[in-house]
Design a protein around this ligand. Structure first.
Ligand code: TNX
Length: 529
């Protein structure tokens, strides 16, 4: 099997004591420009904030203030005070680009400037990381001048919630942590062979049947190690709550419905629509499933896809919907008379063209709903879809280069640098898969997006950004999520935010020390470093 899984379910180790002195200015990702001055601002039990008239009108600062209020509650209480006494001043500055911010701290307080809601969120994230404890157990911020903006517009994290179900609380906690490190897209992998996790009103079977495995279920009744049914799903109401929670932290949610492969849970839930009783197909997916691919020749497939896509488009405000398109096994439609007939009618010569038939249908339906299609690398094989589709490139940097050369926009997600389900080293007790090798922190940090392409190449315009991924075959719970993501997530955040020239491994390691306070306060079960 391609997955050599070392599943480790041992007792979690205790969080270690903060031994090293936290670095003084330890912001991750590294800021573009930093000047440190003598002195510090002492945070009192109450902190008065003010917003300028323009901001009061356009509402761009509200989310950042609410977020600061929550995140700083351990140190101070934030109260509105729109007179000159305020010591946290938020100002509109139209010279700053979307996402950009400027932060000044002197002994009288903090001034934060931006022109958009995301700029204020980014400034707030930096501010949160600057707060430290001084000798008298007071909270203080060193006097600094910072100006900062992102290298890439799209800075993402994918979480696989199908292989194992992760609760709404876990998802929200992670989204909050993403904001702390200035990530701005959460790619929610809702469906796969092992479970369908998103409530679809038109097809309640998808979650009644497809979200559960183990004794008494239709998906995997033979799972003898389980004593009761295992799994879960998100209601649309819960999803709405998460969308709002994320949006308040500057994060867009990109939903993924993985088709036409990785569809076992859907097929088992809706056999009357998705199974062709005359189909003699024999195949084996890379994860060894023999019954997980939708048929491009069934009317039921299109009814299913259109209905699901329309509901997903209505639910998620993001301009993108991810439709998977990865890992359809070879020979999958060879023994299906209906598929062979469709191929003959349409003059398709191979499976890739037949898959294109289905993917173009989906692309059109999404476009009709005002959405742009995202797909994994395979979506572009054989040039099946239009150049409007965004390729999430996971195979290699060479493959990603081919995408931009072929004229596709890409989201860079090369597995050997960004797949955080990969083991961090080969120690016997280390959890993770290793089909793309081990992925230590330093390798994650050293990733340079499309290094082979000149910095001033016009093809760089095709790079939307960078994303990391946590697949969850071996990630059963929140402690394991923490162990796999922290601190590698921070390395990836610096890859996608900070200028290439500002990256430095030793400097990063120093700043990482300073993050232990945040990890500890938030009970993050990080991997020791
Ligand atoms: C590849 S990359 C997958 C996933 C697995 C992952 C395990 C991609 C599009 N598919 O289905 O979970 O490897 O690392």
């Amino acid at each position: 099997d391609i997955l050599q899984i070392k599943l480790q379910l041992d007792e979690q180790q205790p969080i270690d004591k903060i031994t090293a002195e936290a670095a003084d200015i330890a912001v991750i990702p590294k800021v573009n420009s930093l000047k440190v001055h003598d002195g510090e601002f002492v945070i009192s039990a109450q902190l008065a904030y003010s917003v300028c008239a323009q901001l009061a009108q356009n509402d761009h600062a509200t989310a950042a203030i609410n977020w600061l209020m929550c995140e700083l509650s351990y140190a101070t209480q934030l109260t509105a005070d729109n007179n000159a006494q305020s010591n946290l001043r938020l100002l509109d500055d139209s010279d700053l680009a979307d996402g950009e911010y400027a932060l000044t701290v002197d002994d009288s307080g903090v001034t934060l400037k931006a022109s958009t809601a995301s700029g204020f969120i980014h400034g707030a994230a930096t501010l949160l990381q600057l707060v430290k404890t001084s000798e008298g157990a007071q909270y203080v911020i060193s006097c600094v001048e910072i100006s900062d903006k992102p290298r890439f517009g799209y800075r993402g994290l994918m979480l696989d919630c199908s292989r194992h179900f992760h609760s709404i609380a876990t998802v929200k906690r992670l989204i909050n942590q993403m904001a702390h490190y200035k990530l701005n897209h959460f790619h929610w992998h809702f469906t796969d062979d092992e479970g369908w996790r998103l409530e679809i009103n038109a097809f309640p079977q998808l979650t009644e049947i497809g979200a559960w495995r183990g004794p008494g279920t239709q998906l995997d009744p033979q799972f003898s190690h389980l004593t009761q049914k295992y799994g879960g799903f998100y209601t649309q109401e819960e999803v709405n709550e998460v969308i709002e929670y994320a949006s308040q932290r500057g994060i867009t949610i990109v939903p993924e419905i993985d088709i036409p492969g990785h569809c076992r849970a859907a097929i088992k839930s809706l056999p009357e629509l998705l199974v062709d009783p005359d189909d003699g197909s024999q195949y084996r997916s890379i994860q060894a499933y023999t019954d997980n691919v939708l048929s491009p020749a069934l009317a039921g497939t299109y009814h299913f896809l259109d209905t699901v896509i329309d509901e997903v488009c209505a639910l998620f405000p993001a301009p993108y919907v991810h439709i998977g398109a990865d890992e359809v096994p070879k020979g999958v439609w060879e023994k299906s008379a209906k598929c062979q007939q469709l191929m003959a009618e349409q003059g398709y010569e191979n499976e890739v063209e037949l898959q294109g038939h289905l993917l173009r249908h989906v692309e059109k339906r999404l476009k009709h709903n005002g959405k742009r299609m995202f797909g994994w690398e395979e979506v572009k094989f054989g040039d099946k879809v239009s150049k409007e589709t965004v390729v999430c490139s996971w195979i290699s940097e060479e493959a990603a280069l081919a995408c931009v050369q072929d004229g596709y926009d890409v989201l860079l997600q090369p597995s050997k640098y960004t797949y955080f389900d990969l083991v961090q080293d080969y120690a016997a007790d280390e959890a993770g898969v290793d089909w793309a090798g081990a992925l230590p922190l330093q390798v994650a940090y050293q990733y340079e997006p499309l290094a082979a392409l000149n910095q001033d190449s016009p093809l760089r315009q095709h790079i939307l950004g960078v994303q990391c991924a946590l697949w969850s075959e071996v990630v059963l719970n929140q402690d394991r999520i923490d162990h796999m993501l922290f601190p590698r997530l921070l390395a990836n955040a610096e890859v996608s935010w900070s200028a290439a020239k500002d990256k430095n491994w030793d400097d990063f390691c120093g700043r990482l020390e300073g993050q232990k306070q945040y990890f500890k306060r938030n009970k993050i079960n990080y991997r020791h470093f």
